[in-house]
Every structure is written in structure tokens, then in C-alpha cells.
Design a protein around this ligand. Sequence first.
Ligand code: NAD
Ligand code: MG
Length: 338
Amino acid sequence: MKVYYEDDIDRQLIADKKVAVIGYGSQGFAHSNNLRDSGVQVAVGLRSDSPSVAKVEEAGIQVMETAEAAAWADAIMVLVPDHLQAEIYEKDIAPGLSAGNNLMFAHGFNIHFGQIEPPKEIDVTMVAPKGPGHTVRRQYELGYGVPCLVAIANDASGAAKDVALAYAAAIGGARAGVIETNFREETETDLFGEQTVLCGGITHLMQAGFETLVEAGYAPEMAYFETIHEVKLIVDLIYEGGMSLMRYSVSDTAEYGDYVSGERLIDDGIKAKMKQILGEIQDGSFAKGWMDENRAGRKRFLGMRSSHAGHQLEEVGEQLRSMMPWIAKERMVDKSKN
Ligand code: NAD
Ligand code: MG
């Protein structure tokens, strides 16, 4: 695996360019603010009626209509939601592209699954921070960075990779390391990780644990602490020193229970289901299902969102967090600003 650091990268390649960041959500906020602080000439592209316009202005960054930003820029980073990218690309971005421009993504979904097909004379690259936008911004401000992936789908100019690396450095990624991959590998591993472990796996594991305790008559507050709140404390230890550091820190009783019960729970059946889910990602059926859901108006998706948001565990969690005011004090997400 090839990894690039600050010294391997010519930052001038992005300093010489006008950069448009399309969208001001989780990633758009982080990329545009980090680019600006790195001295890059950056503008954010949005719909003129977007509620984010005021947030961008407050951050002191130039804001333009998406089509105007795409036409103005030499490098265009597409940070609108994946399911809207193809439509926004056709309408507002494609008309503004000219030969030698670098069209960039933070996730390979639309290029890999053929939703967007840019012309041959455009460089097509990916710079994907391996973390949520709020962390990308927070780490940059602290003088650190979140590791990034870079990938090249099309190198028309001969400098596609060097420009992508310079961009990755300007958002702080090279402080931690920039890893080279390709669109297929990034797209498939990212979808697999979020579905089986990071988002789908962990939330449903927590919820099943919470429900098991509550259904057995234990206090919901106790259930919340044990099966949800404390996950962070355990994950922090794993993040710092791997599973063995976590097992060093917990009691021998907890460690013994980890070994004997963990493997009964996460057994070969779970891995077989993971393989099936990976197969559906690789053969494009997950992507097709998600695009169909969007075309059909997202009714099923929004229904699942609201039923999950109404689960008892969310209510209990909100009450318990109000007893721990330090959580809000150290918050990364302030919905009025980012
Ligand atoms: P998001 O949903 O947080 O934000 C999207 C933004 O797009 C919104 O804030 C809005 O300002 C803008 N937008 C919506 N419709 C628009 C339109 N018609 N014209 C212009 N702008 C419009 O999105 P996100 O999570 O930051 O994801 C952006 C990209 O980054 C995706 O490709 C995603 O896969 C990738 N990514 C996200 C994360 C993450 O942590 N969220 C991590 C790595 C990669
Ligand atoms: Mg992701």
C-alpha cells in the first residue's frame, strides 16, 4: 500500500488553482474551511435558496450558485449527497467543465456505479477523508489531520494524481498520511463497512442489547448505559491501542465474558450474512436498490428514519445526556454552523 506524507507532495499544484466545493454539509464544511485556512482560493457552490448560504458567508468563504462555481473553478469537489450527484452533475456541473479541469469526489459511488460519466478530457479523482467532516475540521484546527484516500479514475492532464495529493494535503490529510487506492476498492469497502459494522452493525447490536435488558425488566437507564453509552469508552481504548489494550483495561471477568460469549453471538452465520451483503454491494444490487428508492420518493427510507428516531432508546439517551453537560460542551456538531 502506497502512503504519501507532506514531504512527498507539491502543495503549489492546488494553490495555483481555483477550487469549488459543491455542497456545505458534513464534508463540504470541513473541506472548504480547511482549504481556506491552507491559503487555497476556494468558493462554495450552492443553490441560491439553500439555507447553507448564510453559514458559508458567516465562515467568511465566497459562495456562488453551483453552476457559476463549476464554471469558475479549475478543480471541482462534489460534496452533495451521493443520491443527488448525478442530477446536479448533469444540470449544473457538466456545462462548466473544460479540458484540464479536475473533477473530484469524496466517495466513489457515482463514478464506480456509472451514474456519472465525465468527458475524457477531464481528470477524475477522489480525495476521501476516512472520517466524518466534523472530525476532519476539528483535527485540522488542532494541527493534526484525518488520513485520506486518493484514487484516480481518469488522468487526462497527466497531473491528476499530483493535484489530488495537493488537495488532500490542503485539507490536512497528509499530516496523517494519504493512501492510494482505486474507485472500486474505496466504494465497495466503504459501503460494506458502513452497512455491516460502523452504522448498520453497531446500531443494531446496541439496540438488540438494549431491548434484551429492558424486556427482561431492567431499568431502561441502566440498559442505555450498559449497551450504548459505554460503547464509546470501549471504542476509545481500541482506537488508542487495539483490542488488546481494551482487554488490558477491562476486568478479567469482562475479558473472559468477551471471549466465551462474543464468539457465540458473532458466529459463522453472521459472517455468512456479511458475505451475502458484500456480494450485493459488488454486483451493484445495493446501489440499484438505493437509487430506485430515491427515484420512488424515499418513502421507505424516511419511514425507517422516523421509526428509528422514535425508539425508546433515543428518549432515554436524551435524558441521560442532559445529566452529562460536558458532552454538549465538547460537541463537534453545531447544527446552526455546520
Ligand atoms: P451532507 O448530506 O452532509 O451535505 C450535502 C450538502 O449538499 C448539503 O449541505 C447541501 O448544502 C448540499 N446540497 C444539497 N442539494 C444541493 C443542490 N441541489 N445543489 C448544491 N448543493 C446541494 O453530505 P456529506 O455527508 O458531506 O457527503 C458528501 C460526500 O462526501 C458524499 O459523496 C459522501 O459519500 C462523502 N463522504 C462523506 C463522509 C461523511 O462523514 N459525511 C465521509 C467521507 C465521504
Ligand atoms: Mg462513508
